[in-house]
Design a protein around this ligand. Structure first.
Ligand code: NDP
Ligand code: AKG
Length: 525
């Protein structure tokens, strides 16, 4: 498949007349052909007109057609073959195994949502039959289902060019819900975006769906992204990226005549708590695993373990020495973009320049575009006194906070902003102490994990990839896993509608065979 640099608007490929730009090879900083023509506001208008027109039909597609569509997207992505992996490697600097794995995750995610759609439980069908004889008041017949919210704007993320981008989790869950999607491509990987966009476009045609179900727009700047969020035809937004970017989009969305939700996954430093029993038993092994996690993908994971909390003592000293030794052997890794590399360097310099912060280790230096790993430490009182030490450093650097006792450690946790994950490393002897921290961790994070690290989110039904602000803009949701579909649904209740006016899933003979909760009982088909 050749990459043309065109916007994909419904079934058409349109050369944008806005400012053009090229992809940059992450490892060399050299431009890669072709040039991408940025979308004009007219292109955006056309994409949104088509999306609005498609919504009525697409929102009522039968579940089998919608599931097949998601599976067809997955098949079309695989059919691109190695060109997709090669292009993503060049644009992102991420290695082949990582991108092949990410492609598998993307395809698996689409297939999982196909299963969710077929199952029908996401419709949350409820029926409270009429009770005409009830005293003192009769009860009306009430039936409820979830409906899709409308066209959704998705911003591709820089750090997962496949799994959090054009056909990533936000797009898959919005399409599964029945919402048309308009994607604003991340400028760090436009070629990868076009290849995947064309795969989705083919799937729309192959499944006989209205063309406006999907469009992909490029932009050299921010005009299109901002106009997309501001447009009255957009009903919700999915975003993964910086806190500043997420907040800017939330502001636009909340000041529209009709405000809409922005589901933004933003910044997180993912505390790791090292309990004494675990450290004494296997501190070296935990240190090696930590070094692997903090440097994974050049540290460019929002689940990166950026903060390590432990109790002062020999075991923590041993961990710090072993983690420092492992990190100092780690080669520098190409970062996604020169801008992300520069932001990383700035963040590390700010941390290293803090009077009370001590450098433990730096990884091996590398090319000018490569991020050098780092490990630093600070005492808990300093950390508690300076909120700047909580700022996310997007890259392969961690900060160890030395705590005098469990009480101080818990004060450090209590001082943290909302987080995506918290990891605790424990042995049997640590269970009582760990139990005492769990209520606090639940209030702070979206996922608590034991004896592991949060990088590498499993796409599953019981996954929460979310958390209180600023980890996300709405801690009641997740952007990974089947529950992500709920972001793009809203419930509607139907009171006393005759059977022939009811939507199919709520008709008396249950023609869809979807599970329904009748009179508050367990869902049954
Ligand atoms: N915690 C996390 O999960 C992640 C955090 N980051 C952080 O973000 C930094 C930059 O990385 P990046 O991935 O580019 O994230 P950004 O938030 O800068 O950009 C993400 C997308 O949103 C757009 N965007 C950003 N700000 C605005 C705005 N004010 N108005 C309209 N559109 C906007 C960008 O367009 P454009 O590129 O044109 O600005 C891009 O398409 C990293 O250095 C890192 O600190 C990045 C990825 C993941
Ligand atoms: O750890 C993962 O697999 C996902 C990380 C993520 O969502 C992100 O970095 O944006």
């Amino acid at each position: 498949m050749s990459i043309t640099g065109e916007n994909l608007i419904g079934a058409s490929a349109v050369r944008g007349t806005g400012e053009s730009f090229q992809a940059i090879e992450a490892a060399t900083g050299e431009p890669i052909a072709p040039a991408f023509g940025g979308a004009s506001l007219e292109d955006l208008d056309r994409a949104l007109t088509l999306a609005s027109e498609a919504f009525g039909t697409y929102s009522e597609t039968d579940l089998e057609t919608r599931a097949k569509f998601l599976e067809t997207i997955a098949d079309e992505i695989l059919a691109i073959g190695d060109e997709l992996v090669e292009r993503a490697m060049a644009e992102s600097g991420l290695p082949r195994p990582r991108l092949e794995g990410e492609r598998g995750r993307t395809v698996g995610q689409l297939k999982m949502f196909a299963g969710v759609v077929r199952d029908g439980a996401f419709l949350d069908l409820r029926i409270d039959p009429a009770l005409p004889e009830r005293k003192p008041m009769p009860r009306p017949d009430l039936r409820l289902r979830n409906i899709p919210v409308g066209p959704v704007a998705v911003f591709g993320a820089s750090n997962f060019p496949l799994a959090f981008s054009v056909a990533g989790g936000d797009t898959a869950s919005a399409l599964a819900a029945g919402c048309p999607v308009v994607v604003k491509a991340h400028p760090a990987h436009p070629g990868t975006s076009e290849l995947v966009g064309r795969a989705v476009q083919k799937a729309v045609a192959a499944c006989g769906l209205p063309e406006g179900v999907f469009s992909l727009l490029f932009d050299a700047g921010r005009i299109i992204g901002q106009a997309l969020v501001a447009d009255a035809r957009v009903a919700a937004v999915g975003f993964t990226g910086s806190r500043a970017g997420g907040l800017a989009l939330m502001k636009i969305a909340s000041t529209r005549d009709v405000p809409i939700p922005v589901y933004a996954e933003m910044s997180s430093i993912n505390p790791v708590v090292l309990f004494p029993g675990a450290l004494a038993a296997r501190g070296d092994a935990i240190a090696k695993a930590f070094a692997g996690s903090v440097t994974l993908g050049a540290g460019q994971f929002c689940t990166n373990p950026g903060l390590i909390l432990g109790l002062e003592g020999d075991a923590l000293d041993g961990f710090v020495a072993a983690a420092g030794a492992a990190l100092s052997e780690t080669p520098a890794s190409t970062m996604l973009t020169p801008g992300i590399h520069a932001a990383y360097e700035k963040g590390v310099a700010k941390l290293a320049g803090h009077a009370a912060v001590k450098e433990i280790a730096r990884g091996k230096p590398g090319a000018p575009t490569a991020g050098q790993a780092g490990l630093y430490e600070v005492d808990a009182e300093t950390f508690l006194a300076d909120p700047a030490l909580q700022e996310e450093i997007f890259g392969a650097t961690g900060l160890v906070v030395r705590c005098a006792d469990l009480d101080q450690l818990s004060r450090v946790l209590a001082s943290l902003e909302g987080q995506l994950t918290a990891a605790i490393h424990i042995d049997e002897t640590d269970h009582d102490a760990a139990r005492s921290l769990l209520p606090l961790l639940e209030r702070k994070v979206g996922r608590i994990l034991v004896n592991g690290f949060g990088t590498g989110v499993e796409v599953a039904h019981a996954m929460v990839h979310g958390g209180p602000f600023p980890a996300t803009s709405d801690g009641r949701t997740t952007s990974v896993g089947s529950l992500a579909i709920n972001r793009f649904l809203r419930p509607v209740s139907y009171q006393d509608l005759p059977d022939d006016l009811l939507p199919a899933p709520l008709k008396s003979d249950n023609p869809l065979g979807a599970p329904r909760r009748v009179d508050g009982g367990a869902p049954a088909r």
